[in-house]
Design a protein around this ligand. Structure first.
Ligand SMILES: *Cc1c(COP(=O)(O)O)cnc(C)c1O
Length: 455
């Protein structure tokens, strides 16, 4: 679309808005999509197009769009107390209630919550908590973080450093000092001839090798997503987490499980730490905490860390103006109450996840699909030219973008991570809407295959 065919709104965006994670020049030439309203699992743009939002916004709109109860909770709180801070010996009712509620749902050994405004701020908080913890334990050298290639932990300097995205590290000389990355448990891409289980063990043993390389007295924490989200919905082999757990226990290294995506029901448990039977020391959260209706995040703190930081630590010199913002906290609390009272998480486990995953497996038979995988309410397909050799359709992995564009034309929001197509729909999606999702995904794969002459 040329610029003079674009609407006044699009032209204003092009002139004045600096869009995140975008090539703003290319975006202006193409014309950004203006999303105007949403209801249930659907979003609408100003051209009258309707899309089934199979990404729940950015993995966050767990309850779906248009929930009046959340609007009312915000409005009530805004009227009573629109803002107050949590510094200087004060607290507020929504922050207290939300912290207690989260503690009641978290693994039993985790009983405190520190609030932030986002997932990135949560990981910055984790970074400061871990360093402070080891200082107070009298082990000031034990401060290095081990993370994984192709991890996503946010976009602040610490978040991007903990993350393992090369294209982010390239800009701004990242990662910062004190962060190392090991191989990821991505069987389809890296597993070669190994069985999934053997590869899972091998990927986990990269952690032990890195600990020995850095020296166990220098390693403070290992941070990982339970399954990688933005990296391409990478679900680790069953052998991976048990092996990681035993390595961490051997060297007394803290475990940080980044549940910014997986928290609040996406796996069919409140937390993926429960799904995978992990015992984290810290859990960064955000996204589904408020179903994305307002920005809020936090760090759930295990008893071991909170006992040291609080009993021995005195002042913890860290916090944000909007830590536990009362309106965001009130909306998050109402969001959790609705997830609970409507049985949304149980329904994910017993009904809609099994249905989604069963239907998603139908895509595995498609001629350009090398693997279909998923768990809970996330899923992925790998696009390939040759299913046997896993050869990609184009060496530069551009087929994902082609596929994504067909998907949008079909009224379905799927995301492309290279040549991996991913979904993470609202948890409240119905069976009928799952059927629509699958039909549109099949059509999209057909069109992509035909585009490359592979069907
Ligand atoms: C989105 C995400 C973050 C960052 O959250 P923001 O709210 O965008 O700062 C951190 N970790 C994971 C796993 C995420 O998916």
């Amino acid at each position: 679309m040329s610029n003079n065919e674009q609407s006044a709104l699009q032209q204003k965006n092009n002139a004045h808005h600096f869009n995140p994670f975008s090539d703003n020049k290319a975006l202006a030439a193409e014309g950004p999509r203006v999303v105007t309203h949403a209801e249930g699992v659907y979003i609408y743009d100003d051209q009258g197009n309707k899309f089934l939002d199979a990404m729940a916004g950015l993995w966050c709109v767990n309850l779906g769009y248009g929930r009046k109860e959340l609007v009312e909770a915000a409005s009530k709180q805004m009227t009573e107390l629109p803002y107050y801070n949590l510094f200087f010996k004060t607290t507020t009712t929504p922050a207290i209630e939300l912290a207690s509620k989260i503690a009641s749902l978290a693994p039993a050994h985790m009983n405190r919550v520190f609030f932030t405004g986002s997932g990135s701020e949560s990981n910055d908080t984790v970074f400061r908590m871990v360093r402070r913890f080891w200082d107070l334990e009298g082990k000031p050298n034990k401060k290095q973080f081990i993370s994984r290639e192709n991890a996503y932990h946010g976009s602040t300097v610490v978040g991007a450093s903990l993350g393992g995205m090369g294209y982010m590290h390239e800009q701004g000389d990242l990662p910062i000092e004190g962060v190392s990355h090991i191989a990821q448990p991505y069987w389809f891409e890296k597993g070669g001839d190994l069985t999934k289980e053997a590869f899972g063990i091998q990927a986990a043993q990269a952690l032990e090798a890195k600990i020995l390389e850095l020296g166990e007295d220098n390693v403070g924490a290992f941070i990982a997503e339970p399954f990688q989200g933005a990296g391409g919905v990478i679900t680790p082999p069953d052998s991976y987490w048990p092996e990681i757990k035993s390595i961490l226990a051997k060297y007394d290294i803290l475990l940080v499980v980044d549940e910014v995506i997986s928290g609040f029901g996406r796996t069919g448990e409140w937390f993926a730490s429960q799904y995978y039977d992990l015992k984290p020391d810290l859990i960064p959260i955000a996204k589904g905490l408020s179903s994305g209706y307002l920005p809020i995040g936090g760090v759930i703190v295990g008893d071991r860390v909170s006992e040291t930081l609080i009993e021995k630590g005195g002042d913890f010199n860290h916090g944000f103006t909007y830590s536990g913002h009362p309106v965001a906290a009130a909306v998050a609390l109402k969001n959790i109450e609705l997830l609970e009272s409507e049985g949304v998480v149980t329904r994910v486990k017993n009904d809609i996840s099994p249905y989604l995953q069963k239907r998603w497996q139908e895509l595995a038979a498609h001629p350009i699909v090398g693997e279909a995988r998923g768990l809970g309410m996330v899923a992925a397909v790998e696009l390939v030219r040759n299913v046997e050799t896993r050869e990609r359709i184009e060496p530069e992995c551009r087929a994902g973008t082609v596929c994504r564009d067909y998907s949008l034309d079909n009224g379905l929001i799927m995301r492309a991570c290279g040549d991996t197509m991913i979904i993470s729909p609202p948890l409240v999606i119905t069976h009928k809407e799952v059927d629509e999702l699958i039909e549109k995904a099949k059509l999209t794969l057909d069109q992509t295959a035909k585009h490359y002459g592979l069907m």
